[in-house]
Design a protein around this ligand. Sequence first.
Ligand code: NAD
Length: 261
Amino acid sequence: MDFSGKVALVTGGAGGIGRAASLGFAQGGARVAVVDRDAVGGEETARLVRAAGSEACFVQADVTKSADVQGYVKATLDAYGTIDCFFNNAGIEGKIALTGDYEEDVFDAVIAVNLKGVFLGLRHVIPVMLRQQGGAIVNTASTAGIAGSPGLSGYVASKHGVIGLTRTAASEYGRNGIRVNAVCPGPTDTRMIHSLEAQTSTEGSNSVRERYQSTIPIGRYSTPEEIANLVLFLSSELAGSITGGQYLIDGGRGASPSALR
Ligand code: NAD
């Protein structure tokens, strides 16, 4: 996919899906602003983007803080002048507990990053794209944005909210040339799924992984690069009429709800 001359802004870019997308945008020719609260991982992603032959900067920011979000938007504009593609992706998983036991502070923390962080990104990037009369935004939701997931009520609530924000912003700004879509990954081989495996595990994370993977028709987790490929497509001009959608990428796991049990 061709992103030559474009600027991509990626939150949660210090690892996992955000790093894979940053590298994918760079391989397509984009200059990339990498945002994360993790400076070590974020600087490393920027270094990898430069090693791939593109320009990159890293901006340390906490997506839950309005001033930080305004800061990463300004830093991207100062460095590169525009924001053509925005991958609104930072997220946390929280702790696994049934709803009746779910800690209120964990709920608040998950909503702050996954839902308010996505809202603040939209709130401050959309005015830039309106001035440009165009842009493509991809928000990271989850299969947990489409169906319930026992033990993850804060996460599920946040990701359902991300889909609602996506639909709303898409319907508000389509005529301004701004497209907004959501990707809904299933289990993907990143730090996040390893954390969930460790929390679930009383039997060692390898056997938890086997149990999780037995519910996936392709028999394995998605790779971060596979999720990034969908993000890149939705961000590209090839997807010019696609907006307001939420796209499952889950190895077939959602195709048969009974398989999820
Ligand atoms: P990850 O943990 O590697 O990446 C998440 C990134 O977000 C990290 O680099 C982290 O430092 C950053 N982050 C967290 N809180 C932040 C904050 N307040 N401010 C700035 N940055 C912050 O895991 P990942 O799987 O690459 O996650 C990326 C997205 O994909 C998340 O939104 C996640 O919910 C979603 N997702 C992941 C899976 C999966 O199985 N891995 C499945 C569905 C959806």
